[in-house]
Write a protein that binds this ligand. Structure first.
Ligand code: XMP
Length: 524
């Protein structure tokens, strides 16, 4: 098996909001990398054997005594190091330089003068000024700056308000940048990172979608051998890509269970079955558990308890189906790298414990399967690219996010089949119009919500007393904050008319104009 992780970069995480972005950029360049927290046991760093190290930014103030430090071992490994923002500041302080509060904090665009033709920045420029200095348009975000270079370091970049905006020890191949090359606002950021990982650290660009797939297929075969694997298939991106990888690698030894819980979107169950079972030849058992879920949910109003009921019912059904299939030794899961990072810290090993956020919703302890988690080193965009290459429909891979508990969180209060049917139709009309009129890809998430309140309306001479549907559409980058989408009034008017005309039980449609915060994206 070719080792596509042989040359790799270690990113030491000081807690910046951009750390995962650094990792994604390095991988886009074609080089494997992993994140480890700054306080990781040095043993893991040594064992990882990186070809180069990037020290990330972070929220700490480097001049405070208890602020985070890079583990000393990184300076003993004799590999190139790039410190970004906080990473640069702590490198400076740890190697004998000094830092202090900036006289003028900088947040946003800045123009950096690159000096002395360092290995890192040579021939990378946006403009040249009249004095022949190379100028770079960059993104700055800092309130502290390096004020004294450590011994054997020289200046490679500066701005008017930040005289030491970059430094190097060229013998050791250590570099520091006060600006953020990982964000797209730094125009030549990707070239700078590529210069570091490819030219300076000498990493080969072998982390490509094709190589990743070949590697994963071999790894799965090696782990599973001729034994059998069970996968909970939801039709979401991660479990769908796992299904495709397993199908390609071990074919018939894979059985998928698709649970129709009655909380799916219109035709979703049939579409998942058609895509996997008919078109792609994957063995999928469909469990029609709609009534099981509706019964369990029939008396519950509380959103958190509804979520618990749905999670528990899922496990019960999945477990029942699993019992029927003989000789299963492995359970496959669509865990991806951000899940691993968030649940335990990549290096501690704790991440292998099954967490409740996983696709299957947290399995009971008595299921004694070994786990197959082929995506656990991959970011979502890498997973999507693999899906495209393995022939999954783009429509499925680039769909708006859909919560695990499905329509259960979009029907307020008690869940009933009657309500779910109304909501499915309304949501379908909304999606159809978003797609037809070219708005689907312009918003990041859109859906309909069922409100179990009745409101008066009139149709012809008839008075109506029926339910309310709310429409929600948001623009967001990370789903942590969101802005309500300014969809055109005429579009909303058209969708609203269709919903009220085509669904007899809806008398009123409203559009949600709440931002997050203070509102959340889902209504619950
Ligand atoms: P909120 O409502 O917290 O949602 O603003 C943020 C994003 O998370 C999605 N979401 C979920 N995704 N399982 C998921 O996989 C869940 O239980 C879940 N709940 C919310 C939500 O759709 C939005 O994109």
């Amino acid at each position: 098996m070719t080792n596509i992780q042989q040359n790799k970069i270690l990113i030491i995480d000081f807690g910046s909001q951009y750390t995962q972005l650094i990792a994604r950029r390095v991988r886009e360049i074609g080089v494997y990398c992993e994140l480890m927290p700054y306080d990781v046991n040095p043993h893991f760093i040594e064992k990882f054997n990186p070809s180069g190290i990037i020290l990330s930014g972070g929220p700490d103030t480097v001049i405070q005594n208890d602020s985070a430090r890079a583990p000393n071992i990184v300076f003993n490994l004799k590999v190139p190091i790039l410190g970004i923002c906080y990473g640069m500041q702590t490198m400076a302080v740890q190697l004998g330089g000094e830092a202090r509060n900036s006289q003028k904090a900088e947040f946003g665009f800045a123009q950096v003068r690159a000096r002395n033709h360092s290995k890192l920045l040579t021939d990378i420029n946006d403009e040249t000024n009249s004095e022949g200095h190379v100028l770079l348009d960059v993104w700055m975000s800092h309130g502290i700056e390096v004020t004294k270079l450590p011994k054997d370091f020289e200046l490679i970049a500066s701005t008017d308000s930040c005289p030491i905006a970059g430094f190097t020890n060229s013998k050791k191949n250590y570099f520091g940048l006060q600006f953020h090359p990982e964000v797209t606002h730094t125009k030549k950021g990707i070239q700078i990172l590529e210069r570091f990982v490819v030219t300076i650290c000498k990493c080969e660009k072998s982390w490509t979608t094709e190589n990743i797939i070949d590697n994963l297929l071999e790894k799965i075969k090696l782990q599973v051998g001729s034994r059998k694997v069970l996968l909970g298939l939801s039709g979401g991106v991660d479990s769908s890509v796992v299904a495709m990888l397993l199908q390609k690698s071990i074919g018939d030894q894979l059985t998928c269970v698709f649970v129709d819980n009655g909380l799916l979107r219109l035709n979703e169950g049939n579409e998942v079955m058609k895509t996997f079972s008919q078109n792609l030849g994957v063995k999928v058992i469909r469990s029609n558990a709609q009534n099981y879920f509706y019964n369990k949910l029939s008396k519950e109003n509380d959103p958190e308890l509804k979520r618990k009921i749905i999670g528990k019912a899922f496990i019960e059904i999945f477990d029942q189906e699993a019992q029927k299939i003989k000789d299963i030794q492995f359970l496959a899961q669509g865990t991806i790298y951000p899940d691993v990072i968030e649940s335990a810290g990549a290096a501690s090993g704790k991440a292998k414990v099954i967490k409740s956020h996983h696709n299957v919703g947290g399995l009971p302890d008595n299921i004694q399967f070994e786990l197959v988690e082929p995506l656990k080193e991959l970011f979502k965009d890498e997973v999507r690219e693999i899906g495209v290459m393995l022939g999954l429909p783009k429509k499925m891979l680039y769909r708006h996010p859909f919560p695990g508990p499905g329509l259960g969180v979009r029907i307020l209060g008690q869940v009933k089949k009657e309500y779910a049917d109304i909501l499915r139709k309304a949501d379908h009309i909304f999606m159809e119009e978003l797609n037809n009129q070219g708005f689907y890809d312009k918003v990041d998430q859109a859906f309909a919500v069922f409100l179990p309140v009745k409101s008066v309306g009139v149709t012809g001479d008839e008075r109506r007393y029926d339910f309310v549907i709310a429409l929600r559409a948001v623009e967001t980058v990370d789903f942590m904050t969101a802005r309500w989408a300014r969809l055109p009034y005429d579009f909303l008017d058209h969708v609203s008319n269709r919903i009220m005309n085509e669904i007899s039980r809806v008398s009123r449609v409203v559009y949600d104009i709440s931002g997050k915060p203070p509102a959340t994206i889902e209504w619950e």
